[in-house]
Design a protein around this ligand. Structure first.
Ligand code: FO1
Length: 308
């Protein structure tokens, strides 16, 4: 069986661990969000790709959900001693090795998809991880503050500001000129089913859907989504800040309508949200808290069951 899954950061990676456990013999292709990518100190950082790779490869810092386990920050401390900015984004020493390998391969002309494959050869995540595009497409956020109305990188809004300043607009810069990475549309075409994990519906799943050609390919397939909102609030992260930025209510119903019934055929919601309904979509309610691997595996099983 071939399953395709779109993944963003922490929630998506955790769900994929359960999906892999639920169907250990299935071939799983993960289309990773690259809208969060940022260049820092001359290094290209791909947070969502690395979170999937480290989480499934066993190197993740579990409580953070990003970055490496047993990390050190000697380089970060030295950079701060030089007064180098930004100091609000915590790059660990081991993590920096990943960004050095990626950056030198980018500079040698390799596409991000080939680089991701090379990095995964070490981590053996047990899925095929493909970036949504090899082209540059970065999420920027328009805010209004004492410096006036301006666009800042998503990471600055997310990490430095903790989304405390309302996002007036969330824009995927470069989306219109970006193409799906090699293998993305093919994997979708060959898939027996597509699962949308409980990733951020705006800056993770929503970003991937903005790459021309990806949503169209998905609409041909059986797609089951797992609601990232339980009882009107995101479980983790700041999906509510992102949803309000695009004028969408923070609810399982509103996210389902945001994805739409042309894309989604099945929708898994928490018991609190069992009233969710949309013409053309089969909605199933069950516990959705990914409290541990066992619970997550059960949720993945329910999503696969619904897809079947
Ligand atoms: N998130 C934070 O809240 N603070 C950080 O300092 C931080 C550093 C960081 C470094 C590498 C990386 O891959 C992710 C990092 N993240 C950090 C998380 C990141 O902002 C989010 O994981 C994604 O961009 C959203 O899913």
């Amino acid at each position: 069986m071939h399953i395709v899954s779109l993944a963003g950061g922490i929630g998506g990676a955790r769900f994929l661990r359960g999906l892999r456990a639920a169907v250990p013999d299935a071939e799983i292709t993960v289309i990773g969000n690259t809208g969060d990518d940022i260049t820092l100190f001359g290094l290209r950082v791909c947070p969502d790709l690395d979170t999937v790779m480290y989480t499934l490869g066993g190197g993740i810092n579990e409580e953070q959900g990003w970055g490496r386990a047993d990390e050190h920050h000697l380089i970060k401390t030295e950079l701060a001693a030089y007064g180098v900015e930004p100091q609000w984004f915590g790059l660990g020493d081991k993590d920096i090795a990943t960004h050095i390998v990626r950056t030198q391969m980018l500079n040698a002309g390799y596409p991000l998809s080939a680089i991701t494959e090379a990095l995964c050869a070490r981590w053996q995540p047990g899925v095929r991880l493909i970036p949504m595009t090899d082209d540059r497409a970065e999420t920027h956020v328009v805010i209004q503050d004492e410096q006036g109305r301006r666009a800042i990188h998503f990471q600055e809004w997310w990490v430095r500001l903790r989304a405390s300043v309302p996002a007036e607009e969330i824009i995927l810069v470069g989306a219109d000129d970006a193409k799906p990475a090699p293998g993305v549309v093919e994997a979708i075409g060959e898939a027996d089913m597509v699962i949308l994990p409980p990733s951020n519906p705006v800056v993770s799943i929503g970003t991937i859907l903005q790459i021309p050609g990806i949503r169209e390919a998905l609409e041909e397939k059986t797609v089951v989504g797992v609601s990232p909102i339980i009882g009107g609030a995101p479980v983790r992260g700041m999906a509510d800040a992102c949803l309000s930025a695009i004028g969408v209510e923070t609810s399982a119903q509103a996210v389902l309508e945001l994805y739409g019934s042309r894309l989604v055929d099945g929708w898994l919601v928490a018991e609190e949200d069992k009233g969710v309904t949309l013409e053309g979509v089969r909605v199933v309610a069950r516990p959705l808290l990914m409290s541990d691997l066992e619970a997550t595996t059960e949720i993945a099983r329910a999503a696969l069951e619904l897809a079947r």
